[in-house]
Design a protein around this ligand. Structure first.
Ligand SMILES: NC(=[NH2+])NCCC[C@H](N)C(=O)O
Ligand SMILES: [Mn+2]
Ligand SMILES: [Mn+2]
Length: 301
């Protein structure tokens, strides 16, 4: 596989210092070599430029969304990188940075594909709007924006309007979902596989159902957005919003074995590593690297 590695050192979507260090930390810990040694050709596109904004200005653009214009602008630039990568027949692999970048990845990929699916693997739904968000952090809103729900500054990233239709959205591993998010998921009838559902029905069965639904939906592209906080909080202390009751490393690997085994995945995000709040033994970075080793060894060449 030809892979375009795109770094997005973004922290303004989570408003937590350290999230911007994710791309550099993954590079220092050998992500390029991992991709290469698994037989892929990797093109490091470097990092998307992130303008500096002082924290006093976080609500300057909107009273209920932090750093709105900066997050939107970064996402627009990311979207164009993703689109151009796909045009050049490379697989865009986006490393964060916080999860607000998902809006840009999806915007870029959805411009290339006619009818795209998104698999959002996350302890959270990230389908808040400024009206339902408990935090004002835009990393809790990108998936809503991609479905054309929320503020125009976010729903009109890269091009105006809807990027992915709700029927093509799959949320896996959710266990910290806000009430407004549950309401939207109901209203849009989203394919939401919460951790409760996974535990009740079994991960294999849930993955099988997702695969079958995607195959039956005749989509021409599938984007995976992987938030590392879907893993259990004990495995990822170095992420901004860890949640107990998550997947083990083995389960995380099973998800990719199944999904990448289908050969329908066309782009992917890997987000929310915050090396600054990792523990002494760098457990989060190590677990990220272990996941990445698995991802690139499973991805077909
Ligand atoms: N990408 C993430 N880690 N998102 C966490 C979102 C947390 C919470 N639901 C919020 O809207 O603020
Ligand atoms: Mn997320
Ligand atoms: Mn999350």
């Amino acid at each position: 596989m030809d892979i375009n590695l795109i770094g997005v050192p973004l922290k303004y979507g989570c408003d937590r210092d350290g999230a911007q260090l994710g791309p550099a930390t993954l590079r220092e810990n050998g992500i390029i070599d991992i991709i290469k040694k698994n037989g892929h050709d990797v093109h490091d596109m470097g990092d998307i430029y992130i303008p500096y904004v002082v924290s006093e200005d976080k609500y300057k653009d909107h009273p209920k969304m932090k750093y709105l214009n900066t997050v939107a602008e970064v996402n627009s630039n990311l979207a164009n990188n993703v689109y151009c990568s796909l045009k050049g027949q490379s697989f865009p692999f986006i490393i964060g940075g916080d999860h607000a970048l998902g809006a840009g990845s999806i915007a870029g990929a959805s411009k290339f594909f006619k009818n795209m699916a998104v698999i959002w693997i996350d302890a959270h739904g990230d389908i808040n709007t400024y009206e339902t968000s408990p935090s004002g952090n835009i990393h809790g809103m990108p998936l809503a924006a991609s479905m054309n729900v929320g503020h125009p500054a976010l729903t009109n990233i890269y091009y105006d309007g809807i990027k992915v239709i709700p029927q093509n959205v799959y949320i896996l591993g959710g266990r910290d979902i806000d009430s407004g998010e549950f309401a939207l998921a109901d209203e849009l009838n989203l394919n939401m596989y919460t951790m409760d559902i996974v535990r009740e029905r079994g991960l294999d069965n849930v993955l099988e159902e997702i695969v079958e639904k995607i195959k039956a939906s005749n989509v021409d592209g599938v984007h995976i957005s992987f938030d590392i906080d879907v893993l259990d909080s004990s495995l990822v202390p170095g992420t901004g919003t860890p949640v107990a009751g998550g997947f083990s490393i083995e389960e995380g690997k099973e998800i990719f074995t199944t999904l990448l085994g289908e050969k329908f995945i066309t782009s992917m995000d890997f987000v929310e590593l915050n090396p600054k709040i990792d523990n002494e033994d760098k457990r989060t970075t190590k677990n990220c690297i272990e996941m990445l080793e698995h991802i690139f060894s499973t991805m077909h060449n």
